[in-house]
Design a protein around this ligand. Structure first.
Ligand SMILES: NC(=O)c1ccc[n+]([C@@H]2O[C@H](COP(=O)([O-])OP(=O)(O)OC[C@H]3O[C@@H](n4cnc5c(N)ncnc54)[C@H](OP(=O)(O)O)[C@@H]3O)[C@@H](O)[C@H]2O)c1
Length: 300
């Protein structure tokens, strides 16, 4: 897999440890190795990561040995149950180093991990990787960090190997996960709609290859919609600019009926229909689509 690195290699690349050699852990190790960081790796199960060892990574015999090899320790496992299980016995070994947890989970779990790190006087950065494995290390890679600002500043040059600029969101350790969850909320909503669209098309006798070339039209209108939706939501003003909620809710209803006619699962659409119905009942029929936030949000 080719990774185009956005940064020039540091003159004296710092040693890095990567705990976890799943798809993403191996990608992180490759990105560090590609700009010359001496990289030590460890994985719970043996037999993973031969590819990164072949690229020059040193395989440690234990997680503790891996931690003691570097001043910067990056962990990337399936979830925080896993990272807690690996890290909790390592508090002593982690002292004096910087721990960066790039595992994805909830903001609450990130803050719990930060409280554990604070109890053991550890420098802790939380993080979230917002791109697939083959984008890590490229100019398009987005990796969020939050937590210990001084630790970030000290290791920013190394963390840029994963994607430059490395993005520091603030000192609340839960922020990286909070941005992660919001972005994945958008992503999985879109991914659910995408697959449903193919199912609906298939039910109408249209194969995926016939529909796919036209879907870019929808994808390309989303960036400007995201920008003005942000303004609507932040200002809580929902002036429609050529597309009112009642009209768009009718579209949702048409998709729902078409799907029902074909016996498709309509749970996603029914949820959306319920939200639009409630917003209209609350008087937002002539407002913009973004006004549905007023029935979704808990703080209304
Ligand atoms: N893959 C992506 O495209 C992508 C993109 C963005 C973010 N992420 C995030 O990156 C993280 C890792 O994803 P991945 O794709 O690398 O997942 P993966 O390929 O499924 O690897 C999971 C890793 O977690 C380890 N693990 C699971 N349970 C464990 C436990 N109880 N104790 C110790 N280690 C345990 C596995 O070790 P074993 O080998 O021993 O099972 C393996 O190293 C996730 O939080 C994911 O959301 C992934």
């Amino acid at each position: 897999m080719t990774q185009a690195h956005p940064t020039t290699a540091p003159t004296d690349p710092a040693p890095v440890t990567v705990l976890g050699l799943g798809d993403m852990g191996r990608s992180l190790a490759r990105a560090f190795l590609a700009v010359g960081h001496p990289t030590t790796v460890w994985n719970r199960s043996p037999g993973k990561g031969e590819d990164v060892v072949a690229l020059g990574a040193v395989r440690a015999a234990s997680a503790e040995e891996a931690v003691r090899a570097s001043g910067l320790v990056v962990v990337c496992l399936v979830d925080y149950d896993a990272s807690d299980a690996v890290l909790e016995p390592l508090a002593e070994a982690l002292r004096g180093r910087v721990l960066v947890n790039l595992t994805s989970d909830t903001p609450a779990r990130s803050r719990q991990a930060a409280a554990w790190a604070a109890k053991h006087a550890l420098s802790y950065l939380d993080g979230a990787i917002m791109v697939p494995v083959d984008v890590v290390g490229s100019a398009e890679a987005l990796v969020f960090h939050s937590g210990d600002r001084a630790a970030f500043a000290a290791h920013e040059a190394t963390l840029k190997a994963l994607g430059a600029p490395a993005t520091f969101l603030g000192e609340d350790h839960g922020l990286a996960a909070a941005y992660d969850m919001a972005m994945l909320d958008f992503f999985y909503g879109a991914m659910g709609g995408l697959v449903h669209a193919f199912a609906l098309a298939r039910a109408e006798g249209i194969d995926g290859a016939s529909l796919a070339p036209y879907l870019g039209t929808i994808a390309h209108i989303l960036p400007p919609i995201a920008a003005y939706t942000a303004t609507d939501v932040d200002t809580r003003t929902y002036a429609n600019d050529g597309g009112n909620l009642a009209m768009m809710a009718a579209s949702v209803d048409h998709i729902l009926h078409t799907s029902k006619d074909h016996g498709l699962d309509v749970s996603q659409l029914a949820g959306l229909k319920s939200v639009t119905d409630r917003a209209i009942a609350e008087g937002h029929g002539t407002s913009s689509w973004s006004s549905i936030v007023e029935v979704i949000a808990a703080d209304r």
